[in-house]
Design a protein around this ligand. Structure first.
Ligand SMILES: Cc1cc2nc3c(=O)[nH]c(=O)nc-3n(C[C@H](O)[C@H](O)[C@H](O)COP(=O)(O)OP(=O)(O)OC[C@H]3O[C@@H](n4cnc5c(N)ncnc54)[C@H](O)[C@@H]3O)c2cc1C
Length: 342
């Protein structure tokens, strides 16, 4: 193709741009560093009559084929304080900022609220997409509003907390408004006086081991980082996209029946039923640590499927289907993927 503006590249490998380490191609690829770049890329896609695919850090996607579209990689930077009083900070963050670096910036400034979300890969712009969460905290707890460009009209629109319809690893952008908006800025409300969340997972125990009895947000972040590094594979070494499946919530009656058969089944009561850890189900179905050629189920965290190098996305997709089938057969529960299949 000739006359490609704004550094649109053709047929480029997405290997460096996805944490699963899958080597698929983008037909067209452009880096958007400003809102204007995003709009120009959307216009170009209309002119060329090709679809658009929005890419952040590529840490929640599984590429099963080449992307026959214009891939717009969101690289909008900038952290700007909008409001600052003795209780809280309102801060606007470019969608292309790295999530973990933003968390570290908050901790350096003593802004509380995101410390439990340390070391989650990806960009700030993708964080509301699935309402990222870890160690008892989700971003909906610190989210204020976001700015997104309507892919049809190219107008910038504002979504407040209600409009995002956050749920467990869900938002309106994965459902009713799927593929309709590109998030360009996210505004968070952070606290000057921290409310600490230490009850979840091994945080308390890790803080004790670290000899910390009166923790602050930096200590919580350090503990979370330590736990995550001990349990989760680093995508730089072993390709993966974190938790492959969501934790299912099942009706109370179904849970009681399962508990009669598997008395040790872990559970968390929810309003809508009982949440069961997908990792436990996968482990009990016999998958933990299994390796199949270039791919496998991680040895410490069975919720994480891994690419040891050179795998095709379809191999991982097939493995995920086999896991789904076997968990459904054993427990009558259909696991839903958290990862986006492309
Ligand atoms: C080791 C590891 C650990 C992880 N741990 C966690 C965890 O604890 N909790 C958790 O919630 N997640 C976790 N994840 C998943 C992942 O980090 C998050 O989902 C993250 O928010 C994805 O960000 P990204 O920029 O990489 O998104 P991408 O993978 O690039 O994109 C994900 C989806 O969002 C869309 N998208 C991306 N940016 C935008 C935008 N600006 N506007 C509109 N659409 C957009 C994409 O089209 C795609 O559909 C983990 C992943 C890894 C590899």
């Amino acid at each position: 193709m000739t006359n490609l503006p704004m550094n649109i590249q053709e047929n480029i490998s997405l290997l460096p741009f996805n944490t699963f380490g899958i080597d698929k191609k983008a037909r067209f690829f452009v880096q958007a560093k400003t809102e204007e770049d995003v709009k120009a890329a959307l216009l170009k896609s209309k002119e060329l009559k090709i679809p658009v695919f929005v890419l952040g850090g590529g840490s929640n996607i599984l590429l099963t084929k080449d992307i026959d579209a214009l891939v717009i990689k969101i690289e909008i930077q900038g952290i700007q304080v909008l409001k600052d009083n003795e209780d809280e900070i309102l801060v606007e963050v470019g969608a292309g900022e790295n999530w973990h670096q933003f968390v570290m910036f908050c901790i350096e400034n003593n802004w509380a609220g995101v410390e439990n979300l340390s070391l989650i890969p990806g960009t700030v712009g993708a964080s509301p997409m699935q309402n990222i969460g870890a160690y008892g905290v989700e971003i909906k707890e610190v989210f204020h509003h976001l700015k997104a460009i309507n892919r049809q009209t190219l107008e910038e629109e504002i979504f407040d907390w209600e409009a995002c319809k956050f749920g467990y690893r869900e938002s309106v952008f994965k459902n009713e408004l799927k593929d309709q908006f590109i998030i360009v800025r996210v505004i968070f409300r952070l606290r000057k006086k921290p409310v600490l969340h230490v009850a979840y997972g091994a945080i308390k125990q890790t803080l004790e081991e670290m000899g910390i009895s009166n923790p602050g947000i930096k200590n919580i972040s350090d503990a979370v980082i330590q736990i995550r590094q001990s349990k989760l594979p680093d995508p730089k070494q072993i390709g993966n996209a974190g938790s492959f499946f969501k934790n299912p919530t099942i009706p109370k009656e179904q849970f009681e029946a399962l508990k009669a058969e598997f008395p040790e089944i872990p559970s968390f009561p929810m309003e809508e039923g009982v949440k069961v850890p997908a990792a436990w189900l996968i482990e009990k179905a016999g998958w933990k640590g299994k390796t199949f050629g270039k791919i496998g189920v991680h040895k410490f965290q069975p919720l994480v499927l891994v690419n040891y190098g050179g795998a095709d996305g379809t191999e991982i997709q097939d493995l995920s289907r086999k896991i789904q089938e076997s968990v459904q057969h054993k427990f009558g529960i259909l696991l839903q993927p958290e990862v986006n299949f492309i």
